[in-house]
Design a binder for this molecule. Sequence first.
Ligand code: SF4
Ligand code: SF4
Length: 196
Amino acid sequence: MELGQKIKCEADRTAGFGKAIAAMPGCERLGSCIQCGACSGACPLSIYMDQSPRQVIALVRGDFKKQALSCNTIWLCSSCYACTVQCPREIGITDIMYALKQCAMSERAYPAGLSIPILARQFVRMVVRRGRITETRLVMRFFLQTNWKAAISSWRLGLNLIRTRRFGIRQQHIKQHLELAAMLAQAKNANAGGSP
Ligand code: SF4
Ligand code: SF4
């Protein structure tokens, strides 16, 4: 057992969680993990994670849903795919991280006070509605829901980003954003039955 790890009990398990994640696209090989730890060794961010990628895989396979969804690992993952490339069993670890993020967001099961899921939720909402994000609005919504004082202290940076056209002010959307929204709603409904 690694330092700081608590003993897990049968009562902590959510039967079927691992299977449900393995049924999601890219996660099919979850069950073939041999716990070699190559993913954790390859991950550039594992030193900041409360559960290493290897541990996350073990938690998911063991049906420890609550622990898997509440760790900061899935939110710190930068989707660099280093773990996936190194995995001797060709497990889609990065896709598993995405699947867990998706599940944590739909169940609001992420750690309290963590701001990354709030940004992700706003980002997804904007893309679903308009097919594109408007940076200024996204950042303002994020600050309003997390730390509005940070918006005031970052005003100079914001102004520079707008002036250099890195951040747009005008609401952006793709031409067929309504069709996209309808398509995504349909996909969401189709997925709802199989989500963990
Ligand atoms: S590298 Fe692959 S097989 Fe090894 S622990 Fe990570 S997921 Fe499991
Ligand atoms: S994809 Fe995520 S978990 Fe995998 S190595 Fe990169 S940061 Fe780590």
